[in-house]
Design a protein around this ligand. Structure first.
Ligand code: NAD
Length: 387
Protein backbone atom coordinates (compact mmCIF):
# COMPACT_ATOMS: atom_id res chain seq x y z
CA UNK A 1 0.00 0.00 0.00
CA UNK A 2 1.08 3.59 -0.61
CA UNK A 3 1.10 5.56 2.66
CA UNK A 4 0.59 9.35 2.62
CA UNK A 5 0.33 11.49 5.77
CA UNK A 6 -3.18 11.83 7.21
CA UNK A 7 -3.23 14.88 9.47
CA UNK A 8 -6.20 16.06 11.56
CA UNK A 9 -5.98 18.83 14.16
CA UNK A 10 -2.19 18.72 14.53
CA UNK A 11 -2.31 14.95 14.94
CA UNK A 12 -0.82 12.68 12.31
CA UNK A 13 -2.99 9.57 12.18
CA UNK A 14 -0.50 7.30 10.43
CA UNK A 15 3.21 6.64 9.93
CA UNK A 16 5.54 5.41 7.21
CA UNK A 17 7.61 2.29 8.04
CA UNK A 18 10.49 3.12 5.70
CA UNK A 19 10.51 6.79 6.75
CA UNK A 20 10.51 5.85 10.44
CA UNK A 21 13.54 3.65 9.79
CA UNK A 22 15.21 6.67 8.19
CA UNK A 23 14.28 8.81 11.23
CA UNK A 24 15.97 6.29 13.55
CA UNK A 25 18.92 5.76 11.20
CA UNK A 26 19.75 9.47 11.29
CA UNK A 27 19.68 9.47 15.08
CA UNK A 28 21.94 6.42 15.20
CA UNK A 29 24.39 8.14 12.82
CA UNK A 30 24.32 11.28 14.96
CA UNK A 31 25.12 9.34 18.14
CA UNK A 32 27.88 7.33 16.46
CA UNK A 33 29.47 10.40 14.87
CA UNK A 34 29.34 12.47 18.06
CA UNK A 35 31.88 10.24 19.78
CA UNK A 36 31.79 7.59 22.49
CA UNK A 37 30.54 8.37 25.99
CA UNK A 38 31.85 6.59 29.06
CA UNK A 39 28.30 5.95 30.24
CA UNK A 40 25.90 3.28 31.43
CA UNK A 41 26.03 -0.28 30.09
CA UNK A 42 22.58 -1.69 30.95
CA UNK A 43 19.74 0.72 30.37
CA UNK A 44 15.97 0.63 30.77
CA UNK A 45 14.00 3.30 28.92
CA UNK A 46 10.33 3.57 29.85
CA UNK A 47 8.70 5.36 26.91
CA UNK A 48 11.56 4.47 24.57
CA UNK A 49 9.83 4.39 21.17
CA UNK A 50 9.56 8.06 20.22
CA UNK A 51 10.66 11.55 21.26
CA UNK A 52 13.01 11.95 24.20
CA UNK A 53 12.81 8.28 25.18
CA UNK A 54 13.96 7.10 21.76
CA UNK A 55 16.73 9.73 21.73
CA UNK A 56 17.89 8.46 25.14
CA UNK A 57 17.86 4.86 23.96
CA UNK A 58 19.85 5.69 20.83
CA UNK A 59 22.48 7.61 22.81
CA UNK A 60 22.70 4.82 25.41
CA UNK A 61 23.16 2.17 22.72
CA UNK A 62 25.23 3.94 20.08
CA UNK A 63 27.01 6.50 22.28
CA UNK A 64 27.66 4.28 25.32
CA UNK A 65 27.35 0.81 23.72
CA UNK A 66 24.77 -0.15 26.31
CA UNK A 67 22.34 -3.05 26.19
CA UNK A 68 18.87 -1.52 26.25
CA UNK A 69 15.37 -2.56 27.24
CA UNK A 70 12.55 -0.31 26.13
CA UNK A 71 8.93 -0.25 27.22
CA UNK A 72 6.45 1.57 25.01
CA UNK A 73 2.78 1.46 24.10
CA UNK A 74 2.43 1.39 20.32
CA UNK A 75 0.06 0.00 17.71
CA UNK A 76 1.17 -2.61 15.24
CA UNK A 77 0.30 -2.09 11.57
CA UNK A 78 -2.30 -4.27 9.85
CA UNK A 79 -3.02 -5.10 6.23
CA UNK A 80 -5.28 -2.03 6.00
CA UNK A 81 -3.77 0.49 8.41
CA UNK A 82 -0.30 1.66 9.22
CA UNK A 83 1.01 1.16 12.75
CA UNK A 84 2.17 4.04 14.94
CA UNK A 85 5.52 5.73 14.39
CA UNK A 86 6.84 4.28 17.65
CA UNK A 87 6.03 0.78 16.44
CA UNK A 88 8.19 1.22 13.35
CA UNK A 89 10.89 3.17 15.20
CA UNK A 90 11.26 0.27 17.61
CA UNK A 91 11.59 -2.31 14.85
CA UNK A 92 14.22 -0.12 13.19
CA UNK A 93 16.08 0.48 16.45
CA UNK A 94 16.23 -3.25 17.20
CA UNK A 95 17.53 -3.92 13.70
CA UNK A 96 20.34 -1.32 13.98
CA UNK A 97 21.24 -2.42 17.50
CA UNK A 98 21.38 -6.12 16.63
CA UNK A 99 23.49 -5.38 13.56
CA UNK A 100 25.90 -3.48 15.82
CA UNK A 101 26.10 -6.46 18.18
CA UNK A 102 24.09 -4.74 20.93
CA UNK A 103 21.44 -6.37 23.09
CA UNK A 104 18.07 -4.67 22.50
CA UNK A 105 14.83 -5.92 24.04
CA UNK A 106 11.60 -4.09 23.24
CA UNK A 107 8.44 -4.59 25.24
CA UNK A 108 5.11 -3.27 23.99
CA UNK A 109 2.39 -2.72 26.58
CA UNK A 110 1.03 -0.45 29.28
CA UNK A 111 3.93 0.72 31.46
CA UNK A 112 1.44 1.79 34.14
CA UNK A 113 0.37 -1.82 34.75
CA UNK A 114 1.89 -4.26 37.23
CA UNK A 115 2.04 -6.92 34.49
CA UNK A 116 4.33 -4.94 32.19
CA UNK A 117 6.58 -4.02 35.12
CA UNK A 118 6.93 -7.71 35.94
CA UNK A 119 7.50 -8.68 32.31
CA UNK A 120 10.22 -6.01 32.07
CA UNK A 121 11.90 -7.22 35.25
CA UNK A 122 11.94 -10.76 33.87
CA UNK A 123 13.53 -9.51 30.64
CA UNK A 124 16.16 -7.54 32.58
CA UNK A 125 16.96 -10.60 34.72
CA UNK A 126 17.30 -12.82 31.71
CA UNK A 127 19.22 -10.55 29.34
CA UNK A 128 20.93 -7.79 31.37
CA UNK A 129 21.11 -9.03 34.96
CA UNK A 130 20.43 -5.55 36.29
CA UNK A 131 20.19 -1.95 35.06
CA UNK A 132 22.51 0.95 35.81
CA UNK A 133 20.33 3.64 34.18
CA UNK A 134 16.56 3.98 34.12
CA UNK A 135 15.12 6.73 31.91
CA UNK A 136 11.48 7.59 32.52
CA UNK A 137 10.06 9.29 29.42
CA UNK A 138 6.38 8.37 29.29
CA UNK A 139 3.96 10.95 27.90
CA UNK A 140 0.38 9.77 27.88
CA UNK A 141 -3.09 11.27 27.92
CA UNK A 142 -4.48 8.53 30.17
CA UNK A 143 -3.42 6.23 32.99
CA UNK A 144 -5.25 3.41 34.68
CA UNK A 145 -4.21 3.13 38.31
CA UNK A 146 -2.90 -0.43 38.61
CA UNK A 147 -4.40 -0.96 42.07
CA UNK A 148 -7.77 0.79 41.97
CA UNK A 149 -8.41 0.21 38.26
CA UNK A 150 -9.58 3.82 38.00
CA UNK A 151 -8.75 5.62 34.77
CA UNK A 152 -7.37 9.17 34.87
CA UNK A 153 -7.26 11.53 31.92
CA UNK A 154 -4.75 14.39 31.82
CA UNK A 155 -5.74 17.84 30.55
CA UNK A 156 -3.73 20.81 29.36
CA UNK A 157 -5.45 23.73 31.03
CA UNK A 158 -4.59 26.85 32.99
CA UNK A 159 -5.38 27.02 36.70
CA UNK A 160 -7.37 29.78 38.40
CA UNK A 161 -8.29 31.86 35.37
CA UNK A 162 -8.83 31.45 31.63
CA UNK A 163 -5.85 31.63 29.30
CA UNK A 164 -6.03 33.61 26.09
CA UNK A 165 -3.17 33.81 23.63
CA UNK A 166 -2.26 33.79 19.99
CA UNK A 167 -2.19 30.30 18.62
CA UNK A 168 -0.80 29.01 15.35
CA UNK A 169 -2.11 26.26 13.14
CA UNK A 170 1.26 25.41 11.60
CA UNK A 171 -0.23 23.22 8.88
CA UNK A 172 -2.45 26.03 7.58
CA UNK A 173 -0.14 28.89 8.61
CA UNK A 174 -3.02 30.66 10.35
CA UNK A 175 -2.90 32.55 13.62
CA UNK A 176 -6.00 32.81 15.78
CA UNK A 177 -6.83 33.58 19.37
CA UNK A 178 -7.13 30.54 21.65
CA UNK A 179 -9.02 30.65 24.91
CA UNK A 180 -8.77 27.86 27.44
CA UNK A 181 -11.01 27.66 30.48
CA UNK A 182 -9.35 26.88 33.82
CA UNK A 183 -9.20 23.33 35.12
CA UNK A 184 -11.22 22.20 38.12
CA UNK A 185 -9.67 20.35 41.09
CA UNK A 186 -10.53 16.95 39.66
CA UNK A 187 -8.74 17.70 36.40
CA UNK A 188 -5.66 19.02 38.23
CA UNK A 189 -5.51 15.82 40.29
CA UNK A 190 -6.12 13.58 37.25
CA UNK A 191 -3.25 15.24 35.36
CA UNK A 192 -0.97 14.73 38.36
CA UNK A 193 -1.97 11.04 38.45
CA UNK A 194 -1.05 10.63 34.77
CA UNK A 195 1.99 12.87 34.30
CA UNK A 196 3.32 13.26 37.87
CA UNK A 197 5.93 11.03 39.49
CA UNK A 198 3.70 8.27 40.87
CA UNK A 199 4.39 5.72 38.15
CA UNK A 200 8.12 6.53 38.01
CA UNK A 201 8.28 5.83 41.73
CA UNK A 202 6.38 2.54 41.32
CA UNK A 203 8.90 1.48 38.65
CA UNK A 204 11.87 2.19 40.91
CA UNK A 205 10.20 0.35 43.82
CA UNK A 206 9.53 -2.68 41.61
CA UNK A 207 13.08 -2.74 40.20
CA UNK A 208 14.62 -2.36 43.67
CA UNK A 209 12.43 -5.05 45.18
CA UNK A 210 13.30 -7.43 42.36
CA UNK A 211 17.00 -6.75 42.95
CA UNK A 212 17.63 -5.67 39.35
CA UNK A 213 18.44 -2.04 40.08
CA UNK A 214 22.25 -1.84 40.33
CA UNK A 215 23.69 -0.32 43.51
CA UNK A 216 25.11 2.77 41.88
CA UNK A 217 22.32 3.17 39.33
CA UNK A 218 20.96 6.46 38.06
CA UNK A 219 17.41 7.31 37.14
CA UNK A 220 16.28 10.36 35.21
CA UNK A 221 12.83 11.64 34.23
CA UNK A 222 12.08 14.53 31.90
CA UNK A 223 10.45 17.84 32.68
CA UNK A 224 9.80 21.16 31.00
CA UNK A 225 9.67 24.75 32.23
CA UNK A 226 9.54 27.03 29.16
CA UNK A 227 9.10 30.75 28.88
CA UNK A 228 6.75 33.48 30.10
CA UNK A 229 4.71 33.02 26.93
CA UNK A 230 3.72 29.48 27.85
CA UNK A 231 3.79 29.83 31.63
CA UNK A 232 0.04 30.18 32.32
CA UNK A 233 -0.91 27.14 30.30
CA UNK A 234 2.19 25.02 30.86
CA UNK A 235 4.26 25.47 34.00
CA UNK A 236 1.52 27.14 36.04
CA UNK A 237 -1.19 25.00 34.48
CA UNK A 238 -2.27 21.43 35.09
CA UNK A 239 0.77 19.86 33.42
CA UNK A 240 3.09 22.13 35.43
CA UNK A 241 1.50 20.88 38.65
CA UNK A 242 2.17 17.33 37.47
CA UNK A 243 5.79 18.28 36.69
CA UNK A 244 6.10 19.81 40.20
CA UNK A 245 5.08 16.40 41.51
CA UNK A 246 7.58 14.65 39.22
CA UNK A 247 10.33 16.93 40.54
CA UNK A 248 9.38 16.26 44.17
CA UNK A 249 9.44 12.55 43.34
CA UNK A 250 13.01 12.96 42.04
CA UNK A 251 14.01 14.49 45.39
CA UNK A 252 12.40 11.64 47.32
CA UNK A 253 13.94 8.96 45.14
CA UNK A 254 17.33 10.66 45.22
CA UNK A 255 17.24 10.90 49.03
CA UNK A 256 16.56 7.19 49.23
CA UNK A 257 18.95 6.08 46.47
CA UNK A 258 22.06 8.00 47.59
CA UNK A 259 22.17 5.68 50.58
CA UNK A 260 23.30 2.87 48.29
CA UNK A 261 25.25 4.97 45.81
CA UNK A 262 22.39 5.65 43.40
CA UNK A 263 20.90 8.92 42.24
CA UNK A 264 17.66 10.24 40.72
CA UNK A 265 17.20 13.44 38.77
CA UNK A 266 14.78 15.37 36.72
CA UNK A 267 16.28 16.81 33.56
CA UNK A 268 14.55 19.93 32.26
CA UNK A 269 14.66 19.63 28.50
CA UNK A 270 14.06 21.99 25.62
CA UNK A 271 10.78 22.22 23.68
CA UNK A 272 11.02 19.92 20.66
CA UNK A 273 8.56 18.59 18.10
CA UNK A 274 7.15 15.28 19.32
CA UNK A 275 3.75 13.65 19.12
CA UNK A 276 2.97 14.94 22.60
CA UNK A 277 4.18 18.52 22.17
CA UNK A 278 2.38 19.01 18.84
CA UNK A 279 -0.96 19.08 20.66
CA UNK A 280 0.09 21.74 23.19
CA UNK A 281 -1.98 24.83 22.30
CA UNK A 282 0.89 27.34 22.21
CA UNK A 283 2.28 26.26 18.86
CA UNK A 284 3.28 29.79 17.96
CA UNK A 285 5.92 29.79 20.68
CA UNK A 286 7.38 26.46 19.49
CA UNK A 287 7.54 27.54 15.87
CA UNK A 288 9.16 30.90 16.64
CA UNK A 289 11.57 29.29 19.09
CA UNK A 290 12.65 26.70 16.57
CA UNK A 291 13.30 29.36 13.92
CA UNK A 292 15.17 31.71 16.28
CA UNK A 293 17.35 28.89 17.60
CA UNK A 294 18.11 27.70 14.08
CA UNK A 295 19.14 31.18 13.00
CA UNK A 296 21.56 31.27 15.94
CA UNK A 297 22.89 27.77 15.22
CA UNK A 298 21.52 26.55 18.55
CA UNK A 299 18.59 24.40 17.57
CA UNK A 300 18.46 20.87 18.90
CA UNK A 301 16.06 17.95 18.49
CA UNK A 302 15.67 15.00 20.85
CA UNK A 303 18.87 13.27 19.78
CA UNK A 304 21.07 16.36 20.20
CA UNK A 305 19.51 17.11 23.59
CA UNK A 306 19.93 13.53 24.79
CA UNK A 307 23.52 13.35 23.60
CA UNK A 308 24.32 16.58 25.46
CA UNK A 309 22.51 15.28 28.56
CA UNK A 310 24.58 12.09 28.62
CA UNK A 311 27.93 13.53 27.49
CA UNK A 312 27.94 16.85 29.32
CA UNK A 313 25.70 16.29 32.34
CA UNK A 314 25.09 12.70 33.47
CA UNK A 315 28.37 11.08 32.36
CA UNK A 316 30.82 13.95 32.06
CA UNK A 317 33.01 12.35 34.71
CA UNK A 318 32.39 15.06 37.29
CA UNK A 319 29.67 16.04 39.72
CA UNK A 320 26.37 16.46 37.87
CA UNK A 321 25.59 20.17 37.60
CA UNK A 322 22.10 21.04 38.88
CA UNK A 323 20.10 24.21 39.51
CA UNK A 324 19.06 25.53 42.93
CA UNK A 325 16.21 23.01 42.95
CA UNK A 326 18.39 20.03 42.16
CA UNK A 327 17.32 19.77 38.50
CA UNK A 328 19.60 19.10 35.53
CA UNK A 329 19.12 21.84 32.93
CA UNK A 330 19.53 21.28 29.22
CA UNK A 331 16.93 23.89 28.40
CA UNK A 332 19.75 26.41 28.94
CA UNK A 333 19.95 27.45 25.28
CA UNK A 334 16.16 27.77 24.90
CA UNK A 335 16.07 30.10 27.88
CA UNK A 336 19.04 32.24 26.87
CA UNK A 337 18.12 35.94 27.13
CA UNK A 338 18.92 36.68 23.49
CA UNK A 339 16.81 33.73 22.30
CA UNK A 340 13.82 34.69 24.45
CA UNK A 341 14.08 38.39 23.52
CA UNK A 342 13.96 37.54 19.83
CA UNK A 343 11.04 35.11 20.30
CA UNK A 344 9.20 37.88 22.20
CA UNK A 345 9.87 40.45 19.51
CA UNK A 346 8.53 38.16 16.81
CA UNK A 347 5.56 37.09 18.92
CA UNK A 348 4.41 40.72 19.31
CA UNK A 349 4.28 41.33 15.56
CA UNK A 350 3.12 37.88 14.46
CA UNK A 351 -0.16 37.81 12.53
CA UNK A 352 -1.49 36.11 9.44
CA UNK A 353 0.45 38.48 7.16
CA UNK A 354 3.81 38.47 8.97
CA UNK A 355 4.08 34.86 10.16
CA UNK A 356 5.67 33.65 6.92
CA UNK A 357 8.53 36.14 7.34
CA UNK A 358 8.91 35.47 11.07
CA UNK A 359 9.18 31.69 10.97
CA UNK A 360 10.05 28.98 8.51
CA UNK A 361 6.75 27.10 8.63
CA UNK A 362 7.86 24.70 5.93
CA UNK A 363 10.80 23.60 8.07
CA UNK A 364 8.56 23.14 11.11
CA UNK A 365 6.06 21.08 9.10
CA UNK A 366 8.94 18.97 7.86
CA UNK A 367 10.06 18.27 11.43
CA UNK A 368 6.48 17.30 12.30
CA UNK A 369 6.24 15.01 9.28
CA UNK A 370 9.65 13.48 10.02
CA UNK A 371 8.58 12.18 13.43
CA UNK A 372 5.96 10.11 11.60
CA UNK A 373 8.38 8.96 8.93
CA UNK A 374 7.25 11.41 6.25
CA UNK A 375 9.04 14.24 4.46
CA UNK A 376 12.41 12.59 3.77
CA UNK A 377 13.97 13.28 0.36
CA UNK A 378 15.61 9.85 0.24
CA UNK A 379 12.41 7.86 0.86
CA UNK A 380 10.16 6.90 -2.06
CA UNK A 381 6.67 7.73 -0.85
CA UNK A 382 5.06 6.44 -4.05
CA UNK A 383 6.40 2.94 -3.46
CA UNK A 384 4.22 0.14 -2.24
CA UNK A 385 5.03 -0.79 1.38
CA UNK A 386 3.61 -3.40 3.76
CA UNK A 387 2.35 -1.66 6.87
N1 NAD B 1 8.41 17.36 23.69
C1 NAD B 1 8.86 18.33 24.41
O1 NAD B 1 8.95 19.48 23.96
C2 NAD B 1 9.33 18.07 25.83
C3 NAD B 1 10.12 19.03 26.47
C4 NAD B 1 10.60 18.78 27.75
C5 NAD B 1 10.22 17.60 28.41
N2 NAD B 1 9.42 16.70 27.77
C6 NAD B 1 9.03 15.48 28.51
O2 NAD B 1 9.64 14.35 27.93
C7 NAD B 1 8.85 13.19 28.23
C8 NAD B 1 8.59 12.42 26.95
O3 NAD B 1 7.81 13.24 26.09
P1 NAD B 1 7.94 13.21 24.50
O4 NAD B 1 7.60 14.58 24.06
O5 NAD B 1 9.22 12.61 24.13
O6 NAD B 1 6.69 12.27 24.14
P2 NAD B 1 6.41 11.20 23.01
O7 NAD B 1 4.95 11.23 22.79
O8 NAD B 1 7.30 11.34 21.84
O9 NAD B 1 6.81 9.81 23.73
C9 NAD B 1 6.04 9.22 24.70
C10 NAD B 1 6.50 7.79 24.95
O10 NAD B 1 5.66 7.26 26.00
C11 NAD B 1 5.20 5.98 25.58
N3 NAD B 1 3.95 5.71 26.27
C12 NAD B 1 2.81 6.44 26.32
N4 NAD B 1 1.90 5.83 27.09
C13 NAD B 1 2.45 4.68 27.53
C14 NAD B 1 2.02 3.63 28.34
N5 NAD B 1 0.81 3.61 28.89
N6 NAD B 1 2.86 2.59 28.54
C15 NAD B 1 4.10 2.56 27.97
N7 NAD B 1 4.59 3.57 27.24
C16 NAD B 1 3.77 4.61 27.01
C17 NAD B 1 5.05 6.08 24.09
O11 NAD B 1 4.97 4.77 23.51
C18 NAD B 1 6.32 6.84 23.75
O12 NAD B 1 7.40 5.94 23.73
C19 NAD B 1 7.57 13.71 28.92
O13 NAD B 1 7.74 13.62 30.30
C20 NAD B 1 7.54 15.15 28.50
O14 NAD B 1 6.83 15.99 29.38
C21 NAD B 1 8.99 16.88 26.49
Amino acid sequence: MVIKPMIRNRICMNAHPVGCREYVRRQVEYAKNSGPIDGPKRVLVIGGSTGYGLGSRVVAAFGCRAATVSVAFEKEGSAKRSGTAGWYNTIAFDEFAHKAGLTAISINGDAFSHEIKQQTIEAIREHLGSVDLVVYSVASPVRTDPDSGEMYRSVLKPIGRPFTAKSLDFMKGEISETRLEPADEEEIEATRKVMGGEDWSLWIDALEQAGVFAENATSVAYSYIGSERTRAVYREGTIGKAKDHLERTAEELHGRMVQYGGQAYVSVNKAVVTRSSAVIPVGLYFVLLSDVMQSKGLDEGCIEQCYRLFAQRLYAGKEIPVDDQGRIRIDDWELRDDVQAEVDRRWEIADNDTIHQLADLEEYRKQFLNIHGFGYDNVDYEADVTP
